[in-house]
Design a protein around this ligand. Sequence first.
Ligand code: PLP
Length: 405
Amino acid sequence: MPGFELWSDAERKELMDVVESGVLMRYGFDGARNGHWKAKELEEAICKHFGSKHAQLLSSGTAALTTAMAALGIGAGDEVIMPSFTFVASFEAVLSTGAVPVLVDVDETLTLNPDAVRAAITGKTKCIMPVHMCGSMADMDALKSICKEHNLLLLEDACQSIGGTYKGKALGTIGDAGTFSFDYVKTMTCGEGGVVMTNSEEVYIKSDAFTDHGHDHKGVDRGADLHPFLGYNFRISELHAAVGLAQVKRLDEFLAIQKKNQTALKDILSTIPQISFRKVPDPTGDSCTFLSWFLPTEALTKAAVAEMKEQGIMAGSFYWFDNNWHYIRKWDHLKKASTLYPLFDAQREGLLRLATQDFSASDAVMSRCVSTSISLLWTEQQVKGKGEKMAAAIKKVLACQEVLS
Ligand SMILES: *Cc1c(COP(=O)(O)O)cnc(C)c1O
């Protein structure tokens, strides 16, 4: 799954260019930087690699979502429809703009169920934000047509699916804007970092300024730049960008290993008829960072997870239903609106409503789902060994259940 597993001389070399010049900032200091513009180069590489017209690097994937929303004009009181299964960053970003996160059910794609999205649309809805979880994608055609029909913005949280595609287009480049995270555990890493991708020049220019206190970046003298609107500091450093520059050049290598290892693991688990797999709207576009699989019932899944834990083979596999960070069930801080500061009324009310909202359709999916992360380091022998141990543990649980029933 993560690029950090294959740390190499390529990352060291890019970093040393920056360390030797001592220019750690992405803007200015033209004379001292020995021609090294790592952030700029990485933005160009991202545009080329993923087929986006524009890319704005920043300090995190969370900042990327916030920036994209700001640049799209999403703010106070606007409703953003997002899935009940994601990383907390997705709703943190929505709240940071003054907007209201409206959480809806996921289906076996592990992200937005288009029917649940339709049912959640109100006069205040401004944006639909699919989250391409665990390396694979949302049903983008269905979501695009809902956006068109209701005149809504489409923002892709593609933080976890770098290198995935849908009908030939890179995830993150299909909506009005899309984001990647380059935090330490993502498919390619900067240590910390993120990017906003967009084909709209306007969204890009706004993102560029927003991440740097509103600087219009039109001149050569930072001090003389104008500030057409308010911004923040979400800048990436040259050190972080240097790491990403080495990693983006290796991304195809990472993805090929993921594909090979995921296929090998899936082949083994497929021999168990009771196992089914996550629905992938465009199977050729899965970035294969995870293999997500289901058992027929919550009880069987819990028993299999317990058995895998017992046998010491649950490391690297995730039972999201019980996870504190990825699923609505454990987000009590969100459902109680536990902020350090007062919220707008509409935001507070929206969050408190989540505590009583019916997420049984999401529960029915997530309580049966396990995602196994795909390592870049596994040898063929190791994937086989891991798969066979997992299969044996699952079969043991299924056999027990047959005896009981
Ligand atoms: C990692 C992640 C983010 C946030 O990225 P950071 O760089 O850690 O801020 C947002 N959304 C999802 C789905 C993620 O997995």
